[in-house]
Design a protein. Structure first.
Ligand code: FES
Length: 173
């Protein structure tokens, strides 16, 4: 028999062994919860890494309403549809590539002007004046039965404008 020195009550070996087993059991349960929690966390972060994000398609409008040489704010997509003089289309994000302020289109000067730190972009979204480090992001465009559709779930980063970014009606009809 063992005597506990603090309370002077006897501690039976059977009781000590029983308490040890409970502590070991609780430790195993806690460890299992940590492992399961970790696996679920990594599984959910892999699912949301952007590659398997579902497309969110908005209808911007009939292609014939977007005249060449115009930039139109698409409220539903929080983006602009820029139609260049040759008829090519770009769906341009409103988010400044400097610190993400919303960038308005200033028609009188034919350019996007960021109100936060004065970056300027042309109608292709290309940087004319920094501090913006690169062109405004683009969204994929498709045209079905003259309806311009924009996938706002997949913004594409780009360093600058290139002509292969333009979408023409005949390409997707
Ligand atoms: S957020 Fe646009 S220039 Fe800084």
């Amino acid at each position: 028999m063992i005597i506990d020195k603090k309370d002077r009550s006897p501690v039976l070996p059977g009781r000590r062994s029983f308490l040890s087993k409970i502590w070991i059991g609780l430790g195993i349960v806690a460890l299992a919860e940590c492992i399961i929690g970790g696996i679920s966390f990594f599984a959910s972060s892999r699912k949301n890494d952007g590659k398997d994000t579902e497309a969110v398609i908005i209808e911007a409008g009939d292609i014939n309403t977007f005249l060449p040489g115009t930039v139109t704010l698409i409220h539903a997509g929080n983006c602009y549809l820029s139609r260049l003089d040759d008829g090519g289309l770009l769906a341009i994000s409103r988010k400044c590539t400097h610190l993400a302020c919303a960038v308005p289109w200033v028609a009188e000067r034919n350019q996007f002007e960021c109100p936060c730190h004065a970056s300027i972009f042309d109608k292709t979204g290309d940087v004319i004046k920094s501090p913006a480090p690169r062109a405004l992001n683009l969204y994929p465009i498709s045209i079905e039965n003259d309806m311009v559709k924009i996938d706002i779930s997949r913004p594409t980063k780009r360093a600058s404008f290139a002509s292969d970014q333009l979408v023409y009606p005949e390409e997707t009809a």
